[in-house]
Write a protein that binds this ligand. Sequence first.
Ligand code: BG6
Length: 498
Amino acid sequence: MTQTVTPPTVPASCDFTVFGGTGDLALRKLLPALYLRELEGQLPDDTRIIGVSRAELDDDGYRTAVRVALTSYVAADDLDDAAVDRLLGRLHHLMLDVEHPDDWYRLHDLLKDRPGSHETVRVFYLAVGPSLFGSICRNLDQIGAVNELARVVLEKPIGHDLASARAVNDAVGAVFTEPQIFRIDHYLGKESVQNLLVTRFANTFLEPMWNSHWVDHVQITVAESLGVGDRGGYYDHSGALRDMVQNHLLQLLCLVAMEPPSHIGRETVRDEKLKVLEALKPMTPSDVDRDTVRGRYTAGLVDGAAVPSYSQDLGYTGSSTETFVALRTEVQNWRWAGVPFYLRTGKRMDRRASEIVVVFKQPPHAMFPHSEGTTEPNRLHIQVQPDEGMRLHLTAKEPGPGGIRLRPVSLDLSYATAFEQRLPDAYERLLMDVIRGNPTLFMRRDEVEAAWSWVEPILTRWATSPDRPKRYPAGTSGPTAAATLLERDGRTWQETDR
Ligand code: BG6
């Protein structure tokens, strides 16, 4: 029997305003996601999409740019002329300079100039740098655009450290109430990440073993084969810890470690995730020296092609920003006491793979001492991307006479074969959640700030430490020190085996 959870209702009308409407995120992710929901007939009938940017474009010019983007970023099989036309018909472009009061009044007029404007859900998506969040919100307030049906969506980075995150949250919170603020972490919209909750809490067999009695340790890896590309300007001020660990990796850790909430509700999941963040073992400076590794890629080979170093990508030398992080932490609570959680992420690694590996303890007693072969610990390997699915590694008897030979085998679940359907992109789910007003998969202020509180001692120690990021050639699994981090504990990184 399939069980469905009734989604919050779709409103009758919506004005979806994207600040940064001609930017990379809007064209590559947001508009294709809205198009794919249009294709499924899920957008409210009376929806307008208003791209706001400094570009000198009229509505038709914007429609042309978006048509090109859809052709580039939506799979050809999903392009349907009628649906494309319907989406383009919803588009408007407003040229706006944040500093220019008259421009804001043109936005005011556009929002007012529709029937039933007081019943229309207003989404303000800030696909712009965080330095603009405060002034955009203040201006929206000043033109009277913020009513009880308004919501604002914030893209990361939300701050650079705890103080700046608080400042962003204060500035946005002065205009929007917390339930109106949707802080996106797109990892939470990925199908396989949502499935983590279902795997843990809609089945019984894992839960009794999901604790320090049975779990030896947990590994979370988000490896990318791409470099920083043309995002060096942003990235060099951020680095892997801020760009990936403070948000995506800690969110994955929360979903692995959290207690079951009473139900999947808008606050219950977030309450449980917050408890995990608050239970993370605080890092002292000597913990940072011992339990974290940072690296930076040098030139190398990725998929057989020569790629430049980080400095060459940036176009200058002397940066001390890390493009790789590995660290060891613990969740200090009853369930997880003493279980290490190893996290690593990096650019220009040997593969693109996001995965969570839960490594169970060895059986308490060796029953097959004279058998050939080795027993490897059971592992649950959750493949977040690509090739979404999971694999449970077991030990089995190799068939045949002449004694017992132990061999590793696996039970395999591939989403592609189990469901035979396109997996929606994370933004498709998240944008619909914003329109429907469901904040469950968005980060609450206290979560963001708790994550920064935990990360900050690492940043502080790194800033004063004489050590520099360790080099690793592009196309490898990171600096050797990352392997040592586990070897020291008698463990190794579980590389993907698909
Ligand atoms: C973004 C980071 O949040 O996530 C990027 O800023 C990173 O640096 C990206 O490449 C990874 O997302 P995905 O969905 O491709 O794994």
